[in-house]
Design a binder for this molecule. Structure first.
Ligand code: NAD
Ligand code: GLY
Length: 359
């Protein structure tokens, strides 16, 4: 097992990464302070891993809530099921919430933990590649609103992250690829050497080579932990983690939550951001070709849905947390391995990118 640290003063916490660590009860005991624990999970994950997690919690008063699956259920109505269970079981402020699942469960569980009695401790047990490399680390929690993705939320850090690489064996190929979109992101925004490694190892990752996957997860978490430690609440550099996300969120909201996987939308959005970066004079044609080729090799989509015309895209992109006074601001690339902070862009150029992708 490898242990990384997210360094945030008295809110610092470890990320445990390794094979078979879901069963290590010492990790739970180390981070559960009270006598009550609530496990929040979803149907598929419950069938696969809930018993193994509960086995570690025999000495606690335990409750569980199994939520429906998918992005379309990441909302305020469904999150009430978590609050209901906490209240019915008379769980208090020292109860620990354990989020066992993909990014949807992690984001919702974390947000419920942030809100319940104004904050109870929580543990992230991410079970998708995307959640292990991104969403479980850094304390962004929340739910979607019909008018905008992740628009209701809080920064709230977990006590620890337990990323068992074995659980990825049951993940389907489409979900694995979706996770790779966020892995590629780290190479693009701040780690050109990692981008090169990904170019050399994409097939190993897709065939679930254990060593390659473990390295990709670790390197991603190192990158994420460094960014979060520098800028926990996204006053600056953390925004670079949103490369491609303004386009992606427009796709997810515009087409309907759950139609595209988040990672798929991020892959498309990043190709659009790369195209715009080229039009800004920053990336070369060959940089953009390399980026698109890597997403394709990761078996990710690169073209936005035909049904979103540029007008609709712009409308959706105007609802984004990075925007200032109604101006769309994007993370773009100066080079492979170097992202900009949020920048305003010439609307004509942005329209050209949106148009060019339609053709
Ligand atoms: P997800 O949570 O919807 O999980 C994908 C699917 O995989 C689900 O159906 C789930 O049941 C299934 N699954 C999970 N683990 C499994 C396993 N081990 N074996 C078999 N099936 C398994 O999707 P996701 O890609 O994990 O997360 C996407 C969400 O994460 C989005 O809502 C996105 O906004 C959010 N996100 C948040 C952050 C953040 O910083 N908080 C960062 C990136 C993404
Ligand atoms: N996934 C974006 C962030 O954590 O800031």
């Amino acid at each position: 097992m490898n242990t990384l640290q997210v360094k945030l003063g008295n809110r610092s916490y470890p990320i445990y990464i390794g094979s078979g660590i879901l069963d290590q009860s010492v990790l739970y005991a180390r981070h559960i302070k009270g006598s009550q624990a609530l496990v929040v999970t979803s149907n598929t994950v419950a069938a696969l891993y809930l018993d193994a997690v509960l086995e570690n919690l025999r000495s606690y008063k335990v409750a569980k809530v199994i939520l429906p699956e998918g992005e379309q259920f990441k909302n305020l109505e469904i999150i009430n099921q978590i609050f209901d269970t906490l209240l019915v079981n008379k769980f208090g402020r020292s109860a620990t919430l354990i989020a066992l699942g993909g990014g949807v469960i992690g984001d919702m569980g974390g947000f419920a933990a942030a809100c319940y009695q104004r904050g109870i401790p929580f543990i992230q047990i991410p079970t998708t590649l995307l959640a292990q490399v991104d969403s479980s680390v850094g304390g962004k929690t929340g739910v979607n609103h019909p008018l905008g993705k992740n628009m209701i939320g809080a920064f709230y850090q977990p006590q620890c992250v337990i990323a068992d690489t074995d659980v990825l064996n049951t993940l389907d190929d489409r979900q694995l690829s979706a996770g790779l979109a966020e892995v590629i992101k780290y190479g693009l925004i701040r780690d050109a050497e990692f981008f090169g490694w990904l170019e050399d190892n994409m097939e190993a990752l897709l065939s679930r080579d254990k060593k390659a996957l473990a390295l990709a997860i670790e390197r991603s978490c190192i990158n994420k932990a460094e960014v979060v430690a520098e800028d926990e609440t996204e006053a600056g550099v953390r925004a670079t983690l949103n490369l491609g996300h303004t386009f992606a969120h427009a796709i997810e909201t515009g087409i309907g939550y759950g139609e595209y996987l988040h990672g798929e939308a991020v892959a498309i959005g990043t190709c659009q951001a790369a195209d715009l970066s080229r039009r800004m004079g920053w990336l070369s044609d060959s940089d953009v070709d390399k980026i698109i080729a890597l997403f394709k090799r990761a078996k990710l989509p690169i073209n936005p849905p035909d049904s979103l015309n540029p007008e609709r895209f712009l409308q959706l992109m105007s609802v984004d947390k990075k925007n200032v006074d109604g101006e769309i601001r994007l993370i773009l690339l100066k080079a492979i391995g170097l992202a900009t902070l949020p920048v305003g862009v010439d609307e004509k150029l942005l329209r050209t990118t949106l148009e060019s992708y339609r053709n």
